[in-house]
Design a protein around this ligand. Structure first.
Ligand code: AMP
Length: 413
């Protein structure tokens, strides 16, 4: 299968070629023709599957014909849960649209609003936004939605996790009723299904990899270790294996800062990325990590959402996530675009219930290792002795109708 067989126009095929993509990924093969046909799409796809191109390429093609955005208007709106994902998507829009004359822009919270208001004055064909800041801009009359033709909700599950449901409904009530809706979500909870029932019309359903199974290209295992020795084990592993680029997940912001400090004292250069850091600090931390200036990037789950770090070789779970599905999101940071990756969890005895829930979700038992210098005093019990009932994932429902409703007040992002 080639990109040209999907009905993409020459400028987009050129852009894809510039990027060195030789063939479409499965989600692209399915979503591109569906989006080009003008239908609503509901796709179950994790990050790393190529989902951004799967909606961006056909969206740009549809926008390429038709009048440009008028002053303060936008024609396509991509909503994302986090600034990092917004930056990522806006970057992709610019790359894939480089041979077209469409304009694109990016708005998110935590930075000055005035430059964003100025930019919107000229009108923007594709706007990538986080919900809270977009509502702020609307309340300041900086943006008008009457020209919107396409709405994309990217990582819809995460938007709901972050409490954006009210904002989303509020925004949907402001958009024209006649529009194309595209929804991407890694998982499908009851709330997501309600959302899709409310605003998708007879969507094309796409499911590329079985939900709730973590990336096949990622080799996953666990180190058993005492809780208080995790930091020492981590720097030991980094140094003995000579790992150059490691993304480490902690459960809390404080934990992330503490780990950065401990690793630093051990001579391992690490930086943290989390919600208490300013946008400048977050961007710098990410840029330094990408440029191999720091060896370790320590992140919380929210901050890491949407990070796309090329050829990231491994992800470490310093602590297991409380929400099992975050394990899949974390592991999805590596082994992307068909490359091999490693997902390593440092597990202490008190985390056995979390481990068990994760293993039920991914339907595999993680192989365990013990480093001879870090033999745990408290052994992690075998998970089959732990009683957790695996939750059955729900199938996305087929059809819905399109009526948007308003509710609630804005919440900033
Ligand atoms: P995404 O799931 O959209 O975050 O994309 C994951 C990664 O796959 C990004 O680094 C893309 O540049 C890359 N990618 C997307 N589509 C293709 C393709 N057809 N061939 C090779 N790489 C791709």
């Amino acid at each position: 299968m080639s990109f040209s067989s999907l009905g993409l126009s020459a400028p987009l095929l050129r852009a894809v070629n510039d990027e060195g993509y030789s063939a479409p990924f499965p989600i692209q093969a399915q979503a591109i023709p569906a989006v080009l046909s003008g239908r609503d799409v509901m796709a179950a796809a994790q990050t790393g599957t190529g989902k951004t191109a799967s909606y961006t390429l056909p969206m740009l093609q549809r926008l390429a014909t038709g009048p440009r955005a008028r002053a303060n208007h936008i024609r396509a709106l991509v909503l994302t849960p986090t600034r990092e994902l917004a930056i990522q998507v806006a970057g992709n829009v610019a790359v894939y649209g480089r041979h077209l004359s469409l304009t694109s822009g990016l708005v998110y919270g935590g930075v000055k609003i005035n430059p964003q208001m100025m930019r919107l004055r000229r009108g923007i064909d594709v706007l990538v936004a986080t919900p809270g800041r977009l509502l702020d801009l609307f309340s300041k009359n900086a943006v008008t939605f009457s020209q919107v033709e396409i709405l994309v909700l990217d990582e819809a599950d995460r938007m709901l996790d972050m409490g954006f449901l009210k904002d989303i409904y509020k925004l949907m009530a402001l958009l024209p009723k006649k529009r194309q809706n595209l929804l991407f979500s890694a998982t499908f909870s009851e709330e997501i299904r309600q959302l899709t029932d409310t605003f998708l019309e007879a969507p094309v359903m796409i499911e590329v990899s079985p939900r709730n199974t973590s990336a096949q290209s990622v080799k996953q295992w666990a180190y058993e270790v005492d809780k208080g020795r995790k930091g020492a084990l981590l720097s030991h592993l980094i140094r003995t294996h000579g790992w150059a680029q490691v993304l480490v997940f902690t459960r809390t912001k404080k934990g992330a800062d503490r780990l950065v400090r401990d690793l630093g004292e051990d001579g391992v250069l690490a930086v943290a990325i989390h919600g208490d850091k300013s946008q400048g600090q977050r961007s710098r931390a990410l840029a330094d990590f990408k440029a191999n200036k720091s060896r370790v990037l320590v992140a919380t789950d929210l901050a890491a959402r949407g990070l796309d770090i090329n050829e990231l070789p491994r992800v470490i779970n310093f602590e297991l996530p409380k929400v099992s599905e975050n394990y899949i999101h974390r592991i999805g940071r590596t082994g992307r675009a068909g490359l091999e990756g490693e997902g390593i969890s440092l597990v202490s005895a008190d985390e056995v219930t979390l481990l068990s829930a994760i293993e039920s979700l991914i339907r595999q038992t993680l192989v365990r290792e013990v480093d001879p210098d870090f033999v745990p005093t408290f052994k992690v019990p075998l998970t089959r002795q732990v009683n957790v009932r695996p939750k059955k994932p729900k199938k996305p429902k087929k059809k819905g109708n399109s009526s948007a409703c308003a509710s609630g007040g804005p919440a900033g992002d």
